[in-house]
Design a protein around this ligand. Structure first.
Ligand code: ADP
Ligand code: ZN
Ligand code: MG
Length: 478
């Protein structure tokens, strides 16, 4: 059989760290990047006799995420202990949720090459993050940092509805964008705020029974998720084609070698010996509580997109790209407020800004300048103070060292030459230096004009006003 005879089945368990100020069961700060073990207390270090108290914001944020993904909110929920031993988990159990998660049975829609597709969510539950082990390869030992222990997480478990690496990426991007819009997580993947366990299996086309899955833990970049899925699909098909059986196991994806490696056999629920946490009360939510959160939900990406199509006449593709990130979309709206030129803002975002984001693998949240600065840059172009080619340099400067665009062009001496006398001088100089092009132009080769303008631009380091140059050359060549 060939590869085309197989179908791919994928389910994602996405973990998002919630953007609460304090941890889930104590009042330690959750801020990323502190010195090791400076954001800890007896509770998150699991000292004997300490008791957890649930942070209400965690429930609110999880309910928000549930409502934004069309889930049913459980009015009656609880916390359970998931028992396992690992050095980054001082209690030797994680407080999570087992049979009564806060949110169940939702869905999100993704765009695929065959149109829209619903990916169902089985559940969203709340739990605490573990600490972090730092391995010292030289000394050969490991040090534990418990700053992350007790940082609140939601785990969003999808149904196995995803059929390709591309769909997995689209789904993860959709979840990321929703969580950003409702402001429950900063979703910084490089800081581990958003990561996914990726479950993959293959089956023969038409088979109703799912194949055996493997699970790749803690993936935190779109690129590695895509590579890992493609690798794992090929590996599983090879195993089956060779007459073997895929083992159910937990794998580690190695980005350098581009391969997966077994980590351990897959645990079953019974290995975790779940039971209700006796130190915490049940979570009961009133209808009113849930309705108030529903009412507080902000505009979501889909409806922003529709608004952009209508109000700014963006193309479907551009509107989707801009609204896929709350930060890009906020940048777009703020810049329009400042310069009142939606078309230009749209163009700058989808072309130059997107290109720089791609090249530098930067997430929109990391864009160092704001909509005010982008808007001012566009005003400078519209007023003719700078040319588009200079504006591109200003944009690069905004990424490097953001400040007022006007300040940048003054400092760098990038103001456009629009003085008629100065332009005439340059034109005459270029004409006298390029007799061949002049002759070509007079012989009917219009292309020669472009060359002459280019020369003038080069001599002025892109500062001459291109429209004025064009006109002046034509006049002088008459
Ligand atoms: P756990 O991994 O914690 O045991 P679950 O049994 O709930 O959790 O399944 C985890 C994920 O695996 C879910 O996202 C689910 O959609 C996905 N999944 C389950 N079976 C398969 C399968 N045969 N192939 C691919 N994904 C699967
Ligand atoms: Zn603490
Ligand atoms: Mg799992």
């Amino acid at each position: 059989m060939s590869r085309e005879d197989y179908e791919v089945v994928i389910g994602l368990e996405i973990h998002a760290e919630l953007a609460t100020k304090t941890k889930i069961f104590c009042s330690c700060p959750t801020k990323f990047g502190g010195s090791p073990n400076t954001q800890t207390c007896p509770i998150c270090m699991a000292m004997p006799g300490t008791l957890p108290v649930l942070n209400e914001k965690v429930v609110e944020y999880a309910v928000k995420a549930g409502l934004a993904t069309n889930c049913t909110i459980s009015k009656d929920s609880k916390n359970d202990r998931k028992n396992y031993f690992y050095p980054d988990l001082p209690k030797a159990y994680q407080i999570s949720q087992y049979d009564k998660p806060l949110c169940e049975h939702g869905y999100v829609e993704i765009d695929t090459e065959h149109g829209k597709k619903k990916i169902r969510l089985l559940r969203i539950h709340i739990e605490e993050d573990a600490g972090k082990l730092n391995h010292d390869e030289f000394a050969g030992d490991s040090l534990v940092d418990l700053n992350r222990a007790g940082v609140p997480l939601i785990e969003m478990v999808s149904e196995p509805d995803i059929s390709s690496a591309e769909e997995a990426e689209a789904y993860m991007r959709k979840i990321k964008s929703i969580l950003e819009y409702i402001e429950v997580s900063d979703c910084k993947m490089q800081e581990g705020s958003l990561r996914a366990d990726v479950n993959v299996s293959v089956k023969k086309k038409g088979d109703t029974k799912l194949g055996t899955r493997t699970e790749m833990k803690n993936m935190n970049s779109f690129k590695s998720i895509e590579r890992a899925i493609k690798y794992e699909v090929d590996r599983q098909i090879d195993v089956i084609e060779d007459g073997g059986k895929v083992e159910q196991e937990t794998l580690r994806w190695d980005d350098v070698s581009g391969k997966t490696f077994p980590m351990r056999d897959k645990e079953d629920a019974q290995d975790y010996r779940y039971f209700p946490d006796p130190d915490l009360v049940a979570i009961r939510l009133s209808d009113e509580y849930v309705e108030n959160i529903r009412k507080s939900l902000p505009e979501l990406p889909e409806s922003r997109k529709e608004r952009y199509l209508k109000d700014y006449k963006l193309s479907e593709k551009d509107a989707r790209l801009i609204t896929s990130s709350k930060y890009l979309s906020d940048l777009f709206e703020k810049a329009i407020e400042v310069c009142n030129n939606p078309k230009a803002v749209n163009n700058w975002i989808i072309s130059d800004i997107s290109r720089i984001l791609n090249e530098t693998e930067m997430d929109p949240i990391e864009i160092p300048f704001d909509g005010n600065q982008l808007g001012k840059l566009i005003i400078l172009i519209d007023k003719g103070t700078i040319s588009t080619s200079i504006a591109k340099k200003v944009l690069e400067e905004l990424f490097e060292n953001p400040r007022d665009p006007e300040e940048i062009i003054k400092e760098k001496g990038w103001i456009q030459i629009s003085d008629e006398g100065a332009i005439k001088e340059i034109v005459q100089k270029v004409l006298s230096e390029n007799p061949k092009s002049v002759a070509d132009y007079k012989a009917g080769k219009d292309k020669a004009l472009g060359y002459l303008v280019g020369q003038a631009m080069k001599q002025t380091k892109g500062k001459a006003n291109p429209q004025m140059l064009n006109q002046m050359f034509k006049e002088e060549l008459k």
